[in-house]
Design a protein around this ligand. Structure first.
Ligand code: AP5
Length: 249
């Protein structure tokens, strides 16, 4: 376990398996392999960043893959990926077949020597079953599935105030994680924008999709003895410490 590790550029994950990450994690004493579960806006991405720094594991977010595709050359996008971006904009889940195609193509990331933090995948029981098969195929095992819990009113506040840097993708919040200068990223000076799917009509659809398709995964992983439930109340630092304690990390 290490602190303050250099951030991997996640090229293999974000741009596809034919790309090599420029900063592969050094060998860590124990590679952690975790799934982060929880409603949209509960703070999974924020925790993934903190955990990645501390454990040396790579953040593998399916949402980030779609957002990276959005800014890529349109000629490089497959019709399925274009469709996925439309689902995402409306707040609906992208079809399992598209998501699984993307994850399978990047399966080498599951064998990364630094471990991994799956963020936003799996989101349906079919995806969870496919993940189980992929892990068995690559002879790796999940250590735990961390499920973050927070009352819905607080989740909606977190989503409504989120602002993301258009350049480096750093995440801020208009109330709880304010940049030094309003609307400007502390790290690279880029403009801070609201995500298309953080508008009220998309938030409602995302919450419904979570309740119907993703919440049942808690029972699914509980039956496998992998589920660790963590309260997402409080500051990011408090939740991070709670997570480490729950994992015994
Ligand atoms: P995805 O990118 O995975 O988004 P999400 O699950 O909706 O989660 P978010 O990124 O919105 O929230 P988060 O929990 O990471 O919160 P964050 O840390 O940013 O998916 C987007 C879309 O892609 C989906 O809707 C779907 O269309 C598609 N998709 C992706 N994967 C898919 C899959 N597997 N299957 C099908 N479709 C898929 O925090 C939120 C805000 O709160 C931030 O502003 C942050 O600064 C603030 N904050 C965080 N922690 C705290 C705290 N402790 N106190 C106060 N504020 C805090």
């Amino acid at each position: 376990m290490m602190t303050g590790m250099a951030k991997n550029d996640r090229a293999s994950w974000l741009k596809g398996a034919s790309n090599e990450c420029c900063l592969l994690p050094a060998g860590v004493a124990k590679p952690w392999r975790l799934v982060l579960l929880g409603a949209p806006g509960v703070g999974k991405g924020t925790q993934a960043e903190l955990l990645a720094q501390h454990l040396g594991a790579c953040q593998l977010s399916t949402g980030d893959v779609f957002r990276a595709a959005k800014t890529a050359d349109p000629c490089e996008r497959t019709p399925a990926l274009n469709q996925a971006l439309d689902y995402m904009k409306r707040g609906e889940l992208v079809p399992d077949s598209t998501v699984l195609g993307i994850v399978r193509e990047r399966a080498k990331c599951l064998r990364c020597r630094g471990g991994f933090l799956l963020d936003g995948f799996p989101r349906t029981v079919a995806q969870a079953e496919a993940l189980g098969e992929l892990l068995a195929e690559h002879q790796v095992q999940l250590d735990a599935v961390v499920s973050y819990e927070l009352p819905i009113e607080q989740i909606v506040t977190r989503l409504g105030g989120r602002r993301t840097c258009e350049k480096c993708k750093a995440v801020f919040h208009t109330l709880t994680m304010r940049p030094k200068v309003d609307g400007v990223c502390d790290h690279c000076g880029g403009a801070l924008l609201q995500r298309e799917d953080d508008r009220p009509e998309s938030i409602r659809v995302r919450m419904e999709a979570y309740e119907t398709s993703t919440r049942p995964l808690a029972d699914y992983f509980q039956r496998q003895g992998k589920l660790v439930t963590v309260s997402a109340e409080g500051t990011p630092g408090e939740i991070f410490q709670r997570t480490l304690a729950a994992l015994g990390a």
